[in-house]
Design a protein around this ligand. Structure first.
Ligand code: G6P
Length: 366
């Protein structure tokens, strides 16, 4: 292959470790927060939209779900997120003031491309794609675009494409917030400072690899795992579960922790690891009481906890300490150890990490 592996065993591992560089490159050409970042017509288009419709598949779909929290929370714009293969085949109510955002690593995923054309056929012509391949079909078919600079991604399980998509989606949020007059200059400067610091913050998280490897030893013999998150970290739990499924073939499900009592709690016993994404945010106390529900059923908790959460390891609670809470950008940090956990678990199980069975890097047929 033209891309060298260097010191890494697999492309996926290499790509996980490339994330600080990939995110920095994605931000490289960004000066001010301005619509121009998304294309010539962006200023005009952004002024005229009052809702967002995100369409994607797989990991890109989870990037979209994450950004819904930003778009509604920071920019105050209603945002719907649809799985491309569902959206294209259902009757929906088009609104011409919608910004239709497709998200794709490859820009060639058949369902996403068809969903984009479907939306346009319904009269929604304000289209934007966030894509890692500048020459792809989705970029050509869209009015506006943001090209992520992850570089070529070879591992079938997407990693650096995801975190660069999140980077682009956060920029989109700031841009729309600004156009709508909902971003005060002080906040803008602070958000941009945080965003530009993400590569460094991700590097610090990557240093946790040895601790995650020790957990992977235990996960390798499991057949099921549960992932919990709340709020904006729920999509991160979904992405963590997807990574584990894709390459380790361990059955994994993600739940918003508050939903435990409505079903998944019935699965909890000593045999099932419960991975918990625990940022130090406004939902922490709620999350802690959800963790108690797991503990009471003798579940084994594996917690990625920000500093200052007061969460400590005990007999049945295992804690890996993350850096301090990273505010709205915390999801970009919290997904990284979940990628590492899936990678090392799959490696220990002897799986073909870069080419998992039954899956393709880019699905260009329906
Ligand atoms: C396939 C890949 C996934 C990817 C999904 C969407 O299923 O295996 O890693 O997330 O397609 O691909 P896209 O290129 O549209 O982001």
């Amino acid at each position: 292959n033209a891309v060298e592996l260097g010191p890494y065993r697999h492309y996926m591992q290499k790509e996980i470790f490339e994330q600080p560089r990939a995110i920095a490159d994605t931000l490289e050409a960004v000066g001010d927060v301005t619509p121009g970042l998304f294309g010539e017509k962006a200023a005009e288009v952004f002024n005229d939209v009052d809702r967002i419709l995100m369409i994607a598949c797989g990991t890109s779909y989870y990037a979209a779900l994450t950004s819904k929290y930003w778009l509604e929370g920071i920019a105050g714009i209603p945002c719907d997120v649809e799985i491309a293969s569902e959206y294209r085949y259902r009757k929906s109510v088009p609104n011409p003031k919608t910004l239709v955002v497709t998200i794709s690593q490859s820009g060639e995923t058949a369902d996403t491309l068809a969903a984009l054309k479907h939306a346009r056929d319904l009269g929604m012509t304000k289209t934007l794609t966030i894509c890692n391949v500048a020459t792809s079909a989705m970029v050509r078919e869209s009015l506006l675009r943001y090209i992520t600079r992850a570089g070529v991604e070879i591992g079938v399980a997407s990693t650096k494409a995801f975190t660069t998509q999140l980077t682009a989606l956060f920029l989109l949020t700031l841009c729309l917030a600004k156009v709508k007059g909902r971003l005060d200059p002080k906040d803008e400067a602070e958000y941009m400072r945080l965003l530009r610091h993400v590569p460094k913050a991700v590097s610090a998280v990557l240093a946790l690899e040895p601790q995650v490897m020790a957990w992977a030893e235990r996960f390798a013999s499991k057949e099921d795992a549960l992932f919990l998150g709340r709020g904006i970290h729920y999509p991160i739990a979904l992405e963590g579960a997807l990574k584990l499924k894709e390459i380790s073939y361990i059955h994994a499900e993600a739940y918003p922790a508050g939903e435990l009592k409505h079903g998944p709690l019935a699965l909890v016993d000593e045999s099932i690891p419960v991975v918990t994404v625990a940022p130090n945010d406004e939902l922490l106390e709620k999350l802690k009481s959800n963790m108690k529900e797991v503990e009471a059923r003798k579940g084994e908790l594996y917690v990625f906890a920000d500093a200052d959460t007061g969460l400590e390891s005990t007999e049945h609670i295992h804690v890996i300490r993350m850096p301090e809470n990273y505010g709205p950008l915390s999801p970009i940090l919290h997904v990284v150890p979940l990628q590492l956990l899936a990678y090392h678990t799959a490696f220990i199980r002897g799986n073909d990490v870069d080419k998992p069975r039954n899956l393709a890097k880019s699905v260009t047929t329906e």
